[in-house]
Design a protein around this ligand. Structure first.
Ligand SMILES: Cc1cc2nc3c(=O)[nH]c(=O)nc-3n(C[C@H](O)[C@H](O)[C@H](O)COP(=O)(O)O)c2cc1C
Length: 192
């Protein structure tokens, strides 16, 4: 299975990267895993011209957003990580996803959204400083997961599970139980 990992954290060795590794490293034998640090990409922001809805591609000059869009198209599954930033996904990840609307969804002649990656699986992970249970009660990590889930939903992906490391101000370490959950999520992703 071809698995694309999108690390939306600007910190290549941060908690989000650790969570992404915990999900994907056990799958490295037998699966083709490609890791992309989204914050290292060169992309212009979406100008909201809406031309992609008709042309089915972003009309801006070719950059990394197009190149990663093709990788998303060609991957069987996605593992997306984002730090919780203002109760949302990180801005570079949002930029990448904004630029790739036509990769995720089309529109019927009546303007009804049509998923373009239907049937594929995804895992979403996040980390935040807010400790449990406030990361869920307030829309902190919950907000970030919801925002990424919104894009995946329109793409037709099945999110097989999510993983959150709250309270990173106090401790950044991934507990053995969180690592075990990460491993189970990876197995679930490739079993589909
Ligand atoms: C711009 C910015 C916004 C943030 N917003 C939140 C937030 O809304 N809620 C929260 O709990 N933590 C927030 N944080 C803290 C990060 O989510 C936290 O440090 C996380 O562990 C970072 O993971 P990383 O080291 O893998 O990037 C924010 C951090 C930054 C830099």
């Amino acid at each position: 299975m071809k698995i694309l990992v999108l690390n939306g954290s600007p910190r290549p060795n941060g908690t989000v990267a650790s969570l992404l590794k915990a999900v994907t490293e056990p799958l490295s034998t037998g699966h083709d895993i490609e890791w992309i640090d989204v914050c290292g990409l060169h992309m212009k922001f979406c100008t909201a011209c809406m031309a992609c809805r008709e042309k089915e591609t972003c009309i801006l000059p070719e950059d990394d957003a197009h190149r990663v869009g093709n990788k998303i198209r060609n991957a069987d599954a996605l593992v997306i990580g984002t730090p919780t930033h203002w109760g949302n996904m990180s801005s570079p990840l949002k930029l990448l996803l904004d630029r790739n609307v036509p990769v995720f969804m089309g529109e019927s002649p009546k303007g009804i959204p049509v998923p373009r990656q239907k049937g594929k699986g995804a895992v979403v992970v996040t980390a935040c400083t807010t400790p449990w249970p406030f990361n869920v009660l307030l829309p902190e990590s919950r907000g970030a997961l919801r925002a990424v889930g919104e894009v995946l939903h329109y793409g037709g992906y099945k999110v097989v599970g999510t993983l959150t490391k709250p309270g990173t101000k106090k401790s950044k370490a991934i507990s053995p139980s969180l690592a075990a959950k990460a491993r189970r999520l990876g197995e679930k992703l490739v079993r589909r």
